[in-house]
Design a protein around this ligand. Structure first.
Ligand code: NAP
Length: 525
């Protein structure tokens, strides 16, 4: 498929008039054709108006149609074949195997949401039958289900050009909920975005859905992105990226005449705790596994282990020594964009400049490519960490800090002092159980996912996953952006009081035609 550089507004392909956006191969800084001209306010208005016009039609279609639509998007993405992978490699610097895996994850995610749509349990139907004889007052018949919020603006992430971008988790969960989607493509991978957008546009046509169900816009965040969030037809926003970008969108959304929710996944350093027995048993193996997790994907994961916390001991000294040696042998890797590489280097310089942070080791530079991420490992003691919030900066790359504590109480103090996180990991043996139990109540307040004896990178897409957490890991601590529960971000409850049976939406009718799980008079049925 030839790339056109055009936006997709409903079924139309439209050339922009705004600022020129051009992908750059981060490995050699060469510009990639074509040039994408950004949209203007009229383009935003057209896409949002079409989305609003499509909303009632789309959300009230039989669930089977919605599910088939999601499955058709997956098929259309797969039909793009190698063209998609090759373009994504050029635009992101990510290796083929990673992107092929990510395509599998993206299509698997769409299919999982198709299954979710079909089972209908997300409707969360509750029925409280009328109690006409109740004294002192009778009760009316009350029934509740969830409905779609309205058109959703999605900001694709740079670090997952497929799984968190145009057809990624935000788009899949919004479409599953019955919400049309308008995507603001990430300016780092416009070609990948155009290809995936085309796959969705085709799926809309094949499934005979209203055209406004999906649009794709190009342009900068400050122009097209801001106009999109401000448009009255948009009822929610999904975002993955920097804290600064996410909070700018939250502010815009709150300043609207009608404020709307922004689900922004932003910044996390994902503490890893090495509890005493596990650390004493095999500090060398633990250090090697840690560096492997840290360096994966040039560290450009929101769940990268950016902090290690342990008790001061000979074993911790051995852990640091092995981690130093492992990192020193870890080759540099190409980062996603020049901007991300610059931000990484700036953050490394910031932490290096803190007089209390010791630079333990740096990685190897073996590549002549541009925008290289050279790993950095720092060490501080707990008192220093507690007295300097700069050390909690997300470095987004291969960088981590080892914090040594002198007691369990100090480990708890460090944990209390942490900002909200996506994950926390406990490496432990059965003898560490009491230590873990002391930490758990704090961790439950601080993070979205607590792991035992694993590494936080690698986020399974399933029913039980939580990829969220308190600020600044996200802007809304009550939700997840990965897994089927992500659908709840784009739904809201509606109660139907004293409705005649033939006017009730199907899921709440007495004979349960959709066969969904329901709560009837306080009992699951
Ligand atoms: P970003 O700068 O936050 O950009 C993400 C998206 O938001 C882009 O489409 C961008 O538009 C838009 N945007 C940014 N600021 C905006 C604003 N003020 N108003 C409206 N829209 C705005 O993230 P990035 O470019 O992907 O990476 C930059 C840094 O973000 C990284 O170095 C890293 O620290 C962090 N990051 C974190 C995660 C994570 O999962 N935690 C993931 C990716 C990145 P443009 O087209 O104008 O850029």
């Amino acid at each position: 498929m030839t790339l056109t550089g055009e936006m997709q507004i409903g079924q139309q392909c439209v050339a922009g008039t705004g600022e020129a956006i051009q992908a750059v191969n981060p490995a050699n800084n060469q510009r990639l054709e074509p040039i994408y001209l950004g949209g203007n306010k009229d383009h935003v208005h057209q896409a949002c108006t079409l989305a609003w016009q499509a909303f009632d039609d789309y959300r009230t279609r039989p669930f089977e149609q919605r599910a088939v639509f999601l499955e058709t998007i997956a098929l259309e993405i797969e039909a793009l074949g190698d063209v998609l992978i090759e373009r994504a490699m050029l635009e992101s610097g990510l290796p083929r195997a990673r992107l092929e895996g990510e395509r599998g994850r993206t299509c698997g995610q769409l299919r999982l949401f198709a299954k979710t749509v079909r089972d209908g349990n997300w409707l969360d139907v509750r029925i409280d039958h009328a109690l006409p004889e109740r004294v002192p007052l009778p009760r009316a018949d009350l029934r509740q289900q969830h409905i779609a919020l309205g058109p959703v603006a999605v900001f694709g992430a740079s670090n997952f050009p497929l799984a968190f971008s145009v057809a990624g988790g935000d788009t899949a969960s919004a479409l599953a909920a019955g919400c049309p989607v308008v995507v603001k493509a990430h300016s780092a991978h416009p070609g990948t975005s155009e290809l995936v957008g085309k796959a969705i546009q085709n799926a809309v046509k094949i499934c005979a859905l209203p055209e406004g169900v999906f649009s794709l816009l190009f342009g900068t965040g400050k122009t097209v992105g801001a106009s999109l969030v401000e448009h009255p037809a948009i009822k929610a926003v999904g975002f993955t990226g920097s804290r600064q970008g996410g909070m700018a969108l939250v502010k815009l959304a709150q300043q609207r005449k009608e404020p709307i929710p922004v689900y922004a996944e932003m910044s996390s350093i994902n503490p890893v705790y090495l509890l005493p027995n596990v650390l004493n048993t095999d500090p060398v193996k633990m250090a090697q596994a840690f560096v492997a997790s840290l360096a994966m994907g040039a560290g450009q994961f929101c769940t990268n282990p950016g902090l290690v916390i342990a008790l001061e001991s000979d074993a911790l000294t051995q852990f640091k020594e092995t981690a130093k040696q492992s990192l020193a042998k870890t080759p540099s890797q190409t980062m996603l964009t020049a901007g991300i590489c610059t931000a990484f280097e700036k953050n490394i310089a910031l932490v290096t400049a803190q007089s209390n942070a010791e630079l333990l080791a740096t990685g190897a530079t073996q590549s002549e490519n541009q925008n290289q991420c050279v790993g950095h490992l720092f060490a501080v003691n707990a008192d220093e960490f507690l007295s300097n919030d700069v050390l909690q900066t997300e470095m987004f790359g291969v960088a981590s800090i080892v914090v040594s504590c002198d007691s369990l109480e100090q480990v708890k103090q460090v944990t209390e002092n942490l900002e909200g996180q996506l994950t926390a990991t406990l490496h432990m043996q059965p003898q560490d159980r009491a230590f873990a139990q002391e930490l758990l109540p704090i961790l439950e307040r601080k993070v979205g996912r607590i792991l035992v004896n694993g590494w936080p990178t690698g986020v399974e897409v399933c029913d039980a996953m939580v990829h969220g957490g308190p600020y600044p890991s996200t802007s809304d601590t009550r939700t997840t952006s990965v897994g089927t529960e992500a659908i709840s971000r784009f739904l809201r409850p509606v109660c139907y009081q004293n409705f005649p049976e033939d006017l009730l939406p199907t899921a709440m009718q007495s004979d349960n035609p959709l066969g969904v799980l329901r709560m009837i008079d306080g009992k699951k049925a």
